[in-house]
Write a protein of this length. Structure first.
Length: 393
């Protein structure tokens, strides 16, 4: 894990906005933080933004759930992380701690709504904003028993939006914003799109694999649908016999994926790499001929743009998030069906001219994404809400 460093210009800009809006102490409420074993793109996003805000002199406190093997309180990237309560109790206990003032002074609140909301509009009257990366939709049915899934879906789609329609919301992509407007009933002018950045470490270098290599990165959980990717690659192999697939990440579906690999007799061309170091991940991105994602839902797809910064294009499902992270037919290819995934993966692996063109487009796409821009744009939303509330008073 590397904390992004902001330029003096960005630090000054955030510091000036904070002073004008009287925002010195910022509290962030999150389901989990970057040190959690199940941390993903949402947690990376929160860490990078909080780190840059801290560089600008803001006092940032993140309240989140207990993480195995981690202390209940730590300082990381210049901001404080407080870990208490489990996966479900973190919601009511965080609210009680905030209302009782146990987390210290708070001038502005950031709620990270990751499936289950903290319902901050009900109990917090000061400046605030909500980070909502995507609508969970079918993810509820993939992750929970039927009754709990139905309750989660009802809360997200029908109950909670009523309370949040007056709150400023930040999301990562225009396609995710469209979901929130269409499915949750949010007003378009209350949802701001601010794309995530890419760490400068992700860059071209080294040599490509001498044989076709597909890399996929993510937690081994249902929403990533690695079962589908393995079956798709099983159909690609007859067209590209030398191709290999490396899946990076860990999760509770590992045993099921290993069973599928055995059933398909695919051990010679699929490798489950587990968790890898940052340097190993960058090396894999650079070696890959393409990255692939068959995710069902994404707010963005950070692994796609990380790979793009290494001049590696993507082939992915056409879903919200992916549709913005990838510029279709320029930095990668989007597919609607398994047949299209097979055809487009095969094309990228065998067509040198296509692959070279997509590599150039991937670099161009990645070049527009920085964490400084993300942190600055996101803070503008919170500062604007502070000014709006001051005018109303």
């Amino acid at each position: 894990m590397v904390t992004p460093l902001a330029t003096d210009q960005t630090i000054k800009a955030i510091g000036d906005m904070a002073a004008e809006a009287d925002l010195a102490h910022i509290h962030m409420l999150a389901w989990r933080d970057l040190d959690d074993v199940e941390a993903g793109g949402s947690e990376m996003h929160a860490h990078n933004v909080a780190s840059i805000w801290a560089q600008a002199g803001l006092k940032i406190t993140m309240r989140t759930s207990f993480a195995a093997g981690r202390p209940p309180r730590t300082v990381r990237g210049g901001y404080t992380v407080i870990r208490k309560a489990g996966r479900y109790l973190v919601f009511p206990r965080s609210v009680v701690s905030e209302v009782a003032g146990r987390l210290g002074p708070c001038d502005g609140l950031v709620e990270i709504w990751n499936g289950m909301p903290f319902l901050s509009p009900i109990w917090w009257r000061g400046p605030r904003m909500v980070w909502l990366h995507h609508v969970h939709g079918p993810m509820w049915q993939m992750s929970l028993p039927p009754k709990l899934a139905a309750m989660g879906s009802l809360l997200e789609e029908r109950i909670a939006p009523v309370f949040y329609r007056g709150s400023p919301v930040v999301t990562l992509s225009e396609s995710s914003k469209a979901e929130m407007v269409d499915e949750l009933g949010f007003k378009a002018d209350r949802v701001r799109v601010i794309e995530p950045g890419i760490d400068p470490r992700f860059s071209p270098g080294g040599d490509r694999s001498p044989t076709p290599l597909v890399v996929a990165v993510g937690r081994l959980v249902p929403v990533k649908d690695f079962h589908r990717l393995i079956r798709v690659m099983h159909r690609v192999i007859p067209h590209v016999p030398e191709a290999k697939l490396v899946i990076v990440g860990d999760g509770y579906e590992r045993d099921d994926l290993e069973a599928l690999i055995a059933d398909l007799d695919a051990a010679s061309w699929v490798r489950l790499a587990g968790r890898v170091s940052d340097d190993e991940l960058i090396s894999l991105y650079r070696q890959a001929w393409t990255v692939a994602s068959t995710s069902v839902r994404e707010g963005w797809g950070m692994t796609i743009t990380e790979a793009a910064a290494c001049a590696t294009p993507a082939v992915a499902t056409r879903i919200a998030g992916h549709s913005d992270a990838i510029h279709d037919d320029r930095s990668g290819l989007l597919a609607d069906t398994d047949d299209q995934l097979v055809a487009k993966l095969s094309a990228v692996l065998v067509d040198d001219a296509l692959r070279s063109r997509l590599q150039r487009g991937a670099l161009e796409r990645a070049g527009a994404l920085t964490w400084e821009s993300t942190a600055l744009g996101t803070f503008e939303v919170l500062a604007a809400d502070a000014h709006r509330r001051r005018r109303r008073r």
